[in-house]
Write a protein that binds this ligand. Structure first.
Ligand SMILES: CC(C)(COP(=O)(O)OP(=O)(O)OC[C@H]1O[C@@H](n2cnc3c(N)ncnc32)[C@H](O)[C@@H]1OP(=O)(O)O)[C@@H](O)C(=O)NCCC(=O)NCCS
Length: 186
């Protein structure tokens, strides 16, 4: 069972350092419009099963709309973080997490890690940084939609805080209460 932190890490620290993911050194950063090709190539490289788990539907091709979803956003309402690594000397996306603020403290999170890097801690890093950013922007709870057998995603949400599972419109959904933000000393 995952342990729940009393405090999330500082997003600034997570975004300013590199992290070991297996043998790979990974950097976390917000995406930008110039990432379109990198994001497209990451999404096109995902296995059908990984795409299905992220998008809750079979997704045979990667449309421009999907690429734009991950590269253009208004940071007041939505954020996208990429985990990148230098592969053959080229900065490559190995995972993406996005969050959308739904209002009244609730933000919906989704995350995907490339098949070659799953199970090595990238999902943990991505969910932690995006949750910490959401918290900084006023979120108190996170929501995620997931397939019933997605134990890895459930484990990731449970690491962030107390998590409850429910069914909405026939889909499995989890809600996680984020730890309260520590007030800065004056
Ligand atoms: C879900 C996903 C993001 C997890 O990322 P990851 O990098 O593979 O996960 P991590 O290596 O950081 O491991 C996270 C936790 O999941 C656990 N885990 C990983 N794979 C697991 C599996 N197959 N079964 C059960 N738990 C698993 C790990 O043990 C870890 O938990 P712990 O800290 O309690 O040990 C990744 O598998 C993925 O992209 N899946 C497809 C897309 C998807 O399902 N997205 C979620 C819906 S939005």
């Amino acid at each position: 069972m995952a342990t729940t932190p009393s405090q999330l890490a500082d997003p600034g620290t997570l975004l300013s350092t590199t992290h070991a993911v297996g043998e790979t050194r990974v950097r976390l950063r917000l995406t930008r419009p110039s990432d379109a090709l990198r994001v497209r190539s990451f999404l096109e490289g995902l296995s059908p099963e990984t795409r299905r788990r992220r998008f809750m539907a079979a997704m045979p091709g990667v449309s421009d709309t999907v690429v734009r979803h991950f590269t253009f956003y208004d940071p007041r309402s939505r954020l996208v973080v990429a985990a990148t690594a230098p592969i053959d000397g080229v900065e490559t996306v190995v995972g993406l997490a996005d969050i959308v603020h739904l209002g009244t403290g609730l933000a919906e999170l989704a995350v995907v890690v490339g098949d070659d890097h799953q199970g090595a801690g990238a999902g943990k890093l991505l969910t932690e940084v995006i949750a910490a950013l959401a918290l900084q922007q006023g979120a108190t709870h996170l929501k995620a939609e997931l397939l019933d057998d997605n134990h890895a995603m459930l484990a990731l949400m449970e690491r962030l805080g107390p998590t409850a599972r429910t069914i909405e419109d026939g889909s499995s959904v989890v809600y996680t209460k984020l730890p309260q933000q520590r007030r800065r000393a004056a």
